[in-house]
Design a protein around this ligand. Structure first.
Ligand code: NAP
Length: 252
């Protein structure tokens, strides 16, 4: 099936590793140029960029903290200078302190809110500015913690709930300007992010055991749905959060 994405230009935030990397490589497989964004680890970002170029498309490597609106502005202005515009943004970068709520400080809470939710605002504004006259696709990456109570996940879960709400509000406001915004929400995926969970092994085992589809979600499962949302086959899906969890969340 021709996904008709050839020649499009994408930015994937937090794409040096994990789920963002799988999304970036899948877009490159569909002949999309991809700008890789990262925060600290340039080596991983450059490795991903090399894999993108090996697929015959262009890559950019852009350091920047998505929680800092000046960094976001710089990322978009660099893309504008290098590529002259942008067609797709995947807002994937996330961070957060995983602790029982009793131990969370307001700094921890603000950290998660800024990176995981508030960052979508300057990202959307810069995207609108850079690609004013083109069709624009934006996909945000959320998690089941937006809807469900997960141990140690209070701050991140609340930030993902805010993110999904923002997706609905922004989708309604900017659809008339040619922007289509959706989110994907994943079940447990075994990436570096899980190394920060105090109960990682238990989390992986219980997710595996409880998932009707019989396995954990892989980064590629998430990437496949993001790519679908970027195609014209999804042109009437606006403001939704598609859940990719092998059926985990449908169980009582
Ligand atoms: N893993 C899961 O079980 C799971 C489940 C559901 C949803 N998700 C969501 O999927 C997305 C990706 O998660 P992941 O597990 O792949 O994460 P990960 O392996 O921890 O990778 C995080 C990526 O984001 C970058 N990053 C972190 N903070 C950033 C910031 N402030 N500005 C720019 N880039 C930043 C990191 O760059 P550096 O390497 O340079 O720090 C890295 O590329 C997140 O939105 C997460 O909430 C994950």
């Amino acid at each position: 099936m021709d996904l008709k994405l050839r020649g499009k230009r994408a930015l994937v935030t937090g794409s040096s590793r994990g789920i963002g990397r799988a999304i970036a490589l899948s877009l490159a497989d569909s002949k999309v140029d991809v700008a890789i964004n990262y925060l600290r680890n340039r080596t991983r970002a450059e490795e991903t960029a090399q894999e993108i170029e090996a697929r015959g498309v262009r890559a950019l490597v852009l350091k920047g903290n998505v929680a800092n609106p000046d960094h976001v502005e710089r990322i978009f202005s660099t893309i504008g200078e290098e590529w002259g515009g942008l067609d797709i943004v995947v807002s994937n970068a996330a961070s957060g302190v995983l602790k029982p709520a009793r131990e969370l400080t307001m700094h921890h809470f603000d950290w998660a809110m800024h990176i995981n939710a508030a960052a979508l605002l300057p990202i959307t504004q810069q995207f609108l500015k850079l690609s004013a006259t083109e069709e624009k696709i934006l996909v945000a990456v959320s998690s089941l913690g937006a809807l469900r109570a997960i141990p140690n996940y209070t701050a991140v879960g609340a930030s993902k709930a805010a993110l999904e709400s923002m997706v609905r509000h922004l989708a309604a406001e900017f659809a008339p300007e040619g922007m289509r915004i959706n989110a994907v929400s994943a079940g447990t995926v075994d990436t570096d992010a899980l190394l920060h969970f105090p109960n990682r092994e238990e989390l992986l085992e219980s997710a595996r055991a409880r998932t009707p589809a019989g396995r954990l979600v892989h980064p590629q499962d998430v990437a496949n749905v993001v790519v679908f949302l970027c195609t014209e086959y999804a042109s009437m899906i606006h403001g939704q959060t598609l859940i990719i969890d092998g059926g985990y969340s449908i169980l009582a």
